[in-house]
Design a protein around this ligand. Structure first.
Ligand code: DOR
Ligand code: ZN
Length: 424
């Protein structure tokens, strides 16, 4: 049976379409787009008043399987994704064992086949065991279908290793996703270094620990003529460096996370470990720069860095708590409430940053709604107001600083390859 979506506001950034129309899905593809479509033996979904966009893609998540299934599994993480309006995820390799070889990648893909909520595109480790010493077998990872390489969670400290990683990755047309942090500068830090860290008596992570590595990696990408994607930028200087790199034609892209453009260091004043994240929550000035970067296209993507940690992991003193915030079920609401409704970005830009650009950067052949395309579709109620409630989150971990927050904008239907995987 097919699916006919009637009367929605269709937004397709790739084809510059923003209009009311119908979409007919047959098996796993978009069969037709137009007015007054009809079909026999087809489920009809009335999308009047709703916004229909290409399925959202989160290019940066941690699903914790294998190895940390008590925090999240591929089943629970991809179910949370479907509920948040995501149809595709790219999962980071900091699992146990590390996803630095085809065996682990194949395991991840087979677990996702069983879960069957959303598409999962694994990211392979740059270095064996994420140790930053020896490169993974990049050719083997490429043949096991990884879409990028990253040591995320850890920086690649050795610039010579980063140079060789970029050279090899370029041979296989894989981007390197860089977690930019100088571990000597950030050593021991648990939050943004500033007046709040002083007041709270917590050791700070200076902004320069991010900035120096952004600058270094841009230079190595220029030197090696390769593709660099910078993860979770949090500082205004990072935005400036990337803007300049793009202006001289370097193959540099980047993402930022909803928590970084909605919360500042002030969120930590009650020592809530759910606000502990790496890179840390910064300042109002940084938020303004991230918003400028989102608006002018310097920041290509919005990714969650969904980093689940169990209650018992986070329920410790601030210094000992792990870094990380979950994001799959709150990202869309935060983007609509804080960026679209406030006029920072348009709906078209939302589609670019949460679907088309991640697809293009990683070669996922998705991100648009056109005849013949894979039917990955998200239907959003742009006006629905809702409160983030802990008991409603389906992610196995609940480490969100947004619990209790009122948001506007919510996914009401998530369709993956023509199949409804979430219906509100
Ligand atoms: O806050 C973070 N959590 N930042 C990272 O880079 C890693 C992540 C995790 O894996 O928990
Ligand atoms: Zn991450």
């Amino acid at each position: 049976m097919g699916l006919l979506i009637k009367n929605g506001r269709l937004i397709d950034a790739k084809n510059n379409i923003d209009q009311k129309c119908d979409i007919l899905i047959e098996t796993d593809k978009i069969a037709e787009i137009g007015d007054n479509l009809s079909a026999n033996n087809t489920e009809i979904f009335d999308a009047n008043g709703l916004t229909v966009v290409p399925g959202l893609i989160d290019m940066h998540v941690h699903l914790r399987e294998p190895g940390f299934e008590y925090k999240e599994t591929i089943y629970s993480g991809t179910q949370a994704a479907a509920r948040g309006g995501f149809t595709s995820l790219c999962c980071m390799p900091n699992t146990n064992p590390v996803a630095d070889n085809p065996g682990v990648i194949e395991f991840i893909l087979s677990q996702n086949k069983k879960a069957a909520f959303v598409n999962l595109f694994p990211i392979g480790a740059v270095s064996k065991g994420l140790k930053g010493e020896e490169l993974s077998e990049i050719a083997d990872l490429k043949s096991s279908a990884v879409v990028a390489l990253s040591d995320d969670g850890n920086p690649i400290e050795n610039p010579e290793l980063m140079r060789r990683a970029m050279e090899y990755a370029a041979m296989f047309d894989l981007p390197i996703i860089s977690h930019c942090e100088d571990r000597q500068l950030s050593a021991g830090g648990v939050m943004h270094e500033g007046y709040i860290s002083t007041r709270l008596g917590l050791k700070g992570i200076p902004r320069t620990s991010e900035i120096v590595v952004v600058a270094r990696d841009i230079e190595i990408a220029r030197f090696t003529n390769s593709r660099l994607h910078i993860a979770h930028i949090s500082c205004k200087e990072s935005v400036e460096l990337i803007r300049k790199a793009k202006s001289i034609g370097l193959k540099v892209s980047c993402e930022c996370c909803p928590h970084h453009f909605t919360l500042t260091q002030e969120a930590l004043i009650n020592y809530d470990t759910n606000t502990k994240v790496n890179p840390p929550l910064r300042t109002q000035e940084d938020i303004a720069a991230l918003k400028d970067g989102l608006k002018d296209g310097t920041i290509d993507c919005i990714a969650t860095d969904h980093a689940p940690h169990a209650e018992e992991d986070k329920d410790v003193e601030f210094d000992s708590a792990p870094f990380g915030i979950i994001g799959l079920e709150t990202a869309l609401g935060l983007v609509v409430s804080e960026l679209v409704d406030k006029g920072i970005i348009s709906w078209k830009q939302l589609v670019e940053k949460m679907s088309l650009n991640p697809s293009n950067i990683l070669g996922l052949s998705r991100g648009s709604l056109e005849k013949g395309a894979v039917a990955d579709i998200t239907i959003i109620d742009p006006k629905q107001e809702w409160t983030v409630r802990k008991e409603e989150l389906v992610s196995k971990s609940k480490n969100s600083p947004f619990i209790g927050r009122r948001l506007r904008g919510k996914a009401v239907l998530t369709v993956v390859s023509g199949r409804i995987v979430y219906k509100a």
